[in-house]
Write a protein that binds this ligand. Structure first.
Ligand code: ADE
Length: 242
């Protein structure tokens, strides 16, 4: 069972999004758990304020250190109670365009953890001092800027959760598809056999599993070469090494 803890000002956004479809079923069956912690619940400000102007001026508001720190400590302390004092502290991932770029191998690495804490910023970001104290990993989902960390956290959690044993029905589908072996997926077809005058490739109707596998592999390699020459080069280099 893998436990995701999300520190956010918008808990309903992440809870809705992550309790749908496959991840919803995985949570029901207790392969994963997803908890949203509302940072606002931890503010000591009597009006519930969690943000303020930035020193030095400039546009926008910044999330303040105190509520973020206390929300994170509350989760870490709960985990310590559960796991015993000699268990390590959970990794805290700050979701930010300044982090290293997320990919399948980072997803695989993070899927080995029992607990992950995601810190979602909003507004112009978070006071640097609290980041220095609590964050272990900074990860981006790509070179574009979103309004908050919730969507990137959801993207990463989806990619990680589907690697947790039991989450996907088919145990090898997490391995065979795109990026599992560094190649893009082959094209797929379902009924009917002819649609808009287009026939399903004959090899797929042949019942010859070895031929089907060989065709799919060849399609994967061709697609990767055409669409993602960078991945193709890496694949060839790996093949030559082995
Ligand atoms: N917050 C805003 N934009 C982001 C991005 N691209 N990746 C991660 N966190 C973000």
């Amino acid at each position: 069972m893998m436990n995701f803890h999300i520190l956010t000002l918008f808990p309903e956004m992440v809870m809705q999004g992550l309790h749908t479809s496959i991840l919803g079923r995985a949570a029901e069956r207790e392969y994963i758990s997803i908890e949203a912690v509302n940072i606002r619940d931890y503010t000591l400000d009597k009006h519930g304020k969690v943000d303020d102007y930035t020193y030095g001026g400039g546009a926008g508001m910044l999330m303040q250190a105190q509520p973020v720190y206390d929300a994170c400590q509350a989760v870490q302390e709960r985990l310590l109670q559960r796991n015993g004092a000699n268990a390590g502290r959970a990794r805290v991932i700050y979701v930010t365009p300044q982090g290293r770029t997320f990919n399948q191998s980072i997803a695989q690495e993070l899927a080995q953890e029992d607990d992950l804490i995601f810190l979602c910023g909003h507004y112009e970001g978070i006071d640097e001092r609290v980041l220095e104290e609590i964050v272990t990993d900074e990860i981006s989902i790509g070179d574009y800027v979103l309004t908050g960390g919730e969507l990137p956290a959801m993207v990463m959690i989806d990619a990680i959760a589907r690697l947790v044993p039991g989450v996907l029905h088919n145990t090898d589908s997490a391995v065979t598809e795109s990026f599992g072996d560094g190649l893009l997926e082959y094209p797929q077809y379902s009924r009917p056999e002819v649609w808009h005058n287009k026939k399903v490739p004959a090899v797929l109707m042949s019942g010859d599993h070895a031929k089907v596998d060989a065709w799919r592999m060849e399609q994967s390699i061709m697609r990767t070469k055409e669409r993602r020459p960078d991945l193709y080069e890496a694949y060839i280099a790996r093949m030559e090494r082995n």
